[in-house]
Design a protein around this ligand. Structure first.
Ligand SMILES: NC(=O)c1ccc[n+]([C@@H]2O[C@H](COP(=O)([O-])OP(=O)(O)OC[C@H]3O[C@@H](n4cnc5c(N)ncnc54)[C@H](O)[C@@H]3O)[C@@H](O)[C@H]2O)c1
Length: 339
């Protein structure tokens, strides 16, 4: 069965391609290489022993998207990762985000609605919950006004898919990720941010390598056990496996609604200091860090209630935070050795 993975050379996409190929799916990747490189294809091939089909294509080019689907009529499912994801940049340049995250989604759905049936998996985010009132966060927690254009694109994206599924043959699953971290245990693929990392874990591993002087911990006066902000860090390989299970659910027509939503997290919250300590344990070295003031827009705490993913989707995160940190560290060391 031919599956299109958009953004399939990115961080989460590449790990998902590996899991799809391991399960025997015929994978076709689209990526415009705006936030990744062609080397990722080699990494995927080294792990799976199979070269995935790849086309360099910018999904904002509607004509090219149409032409692509004309050439690949046998696509039965799409996992849509391609998007821009830097929150700060989205505040500076909202239209870039609305174009890249919304127009591209519309063009894809326009092609899929022409099919007799189609399965669609969407990369959403726990940002849709904002600072939820109750922890852990269930899928029924209210959606809050987005704090950035990026966050808004995820909310609007969910709405576009829901409205479209009602009147087309598209079935969809919205996956709300908590905080994806780590890399494939082989260290063949991993997270490689361009420029200064926006996320905690690559910043930690780069600091561990001496590429950054020290880590700034934004705030130690939050109402949490140690005062630092709490998130739910989910190993990217666990996350990737959830995509395959979600896709199989749609392809096997096991979905109970046209659009289903699942939280993907571990169910456990970890503070910034706990993440630092996990890194120190697996790397055997001290991490230089300093406490600075809170960062605007940061919430106190977010971790998932995973009951629905566990019981309905039949998926559960397996890896611990330490395993995720060890894999991230292994990857960082390998990348820097190669440079
Ligand atoms: N990483 C996270 O913390 C996180 C959390 C929640 C949700 N998400 C969502 O998951 C998805 C994947 O995230 P990621 O961390 O793997 O990001 P990523 O940047 O590593 O991957 C996205 C890929 O899409 C490609 N791309 C971007 N715009 C494109 C376009 N117009 N046409 C074709 N390709 C394009 C990029 O080159 C990149 O390879 C995104 O939709 C993101 O918003 C990520």
């Amino acid at each position: 069965m031919k599956i299109l993975v958009t953004g399939g050379l990115g961080f989460i996409g590449s790990h998902t391609v590996v899991e799809l190929q391991n399960q025997g799916f015929d994978v076709l990747i689209i990526d415009d290489l705006s936030n990744t490189s062609l080397e990722v294809l080699d990494g995927i091939t080294n792990i799976t022993g199979k070269v995935p089909a790849f086309e360099k294509l910018d999904l904002r080019e509607k004509n090219k998207v149409q032409d692509f689907f004309r050439r690949h009529v046998d696509i039965v499912g799409v996992i849509h990762f391609a998007a821009s994801k830097a929150v700060g940049e989205s505040v500076e340049n909202p239209l870039l985000y609305y174009e890249n995250n919304i127009s591209t989604l519309v063009y894809l759905l326009q092609e899929l609605q022409k099919k007799e049936e189609a399965s669609f998996i969407f990369s959403s985010s726990c940002t849709v919950y904002g600072q939820a009132e109750k922890m852990p966060i269930t899928e029924n927690a209210p959606i809050q006004t987005a704090m950035s254009p990026y966050g808004n694109t995820k909310q609007i994206g969910e709405e576009i898919i829901t409205d479209t599924a009602k009147v087309t043959n598209i079935n969809a699953i919205l996956l709300r990720y908590f905080n994806p971290v780590g890399s494939h245990p082989s260290a063949e693929i991993g997270e490689l941010p361009i420029g200064v990392p926006q996320n905690l874990v690559p910043f930690i591993t780069q600091t561990g390598m001496g590429l950054r002087k020290e880590l700034s911990v934004y705030g130690d006066d939050y109402p949490t056990a140690d005062g630092t902000a709490v998130r739910d860090y989910i190993h990217v390989v666990d996350l990737a496996k959830a995509h395959v299970i979600a896709l199989q659910r749609l392809l096997n027509k096991k979905n109970l609604e046209k659009v289903e939503t699942f939280n993907l997290g571990t169910g456990t919250g970890s503070s910034v200091l706990e993440v630092i300590h996990a890194f120190e344990k697996v790397s055997g070295q001290k991490l230089p860090y300093k406490i600075v003031g809170r960062r605007e827009g940061d919430i106190t705490s977010a971790y998932a209630n995973t009951d629905k993913a566990n019981n309905v989707l039949g998926w559960k995160a397996q890896s611990t935070l330490e395993e995720a940190m060890a894999s991230a560290w292994k990857w960082e060391q390998k990348v820097r050795k190669a440079k």
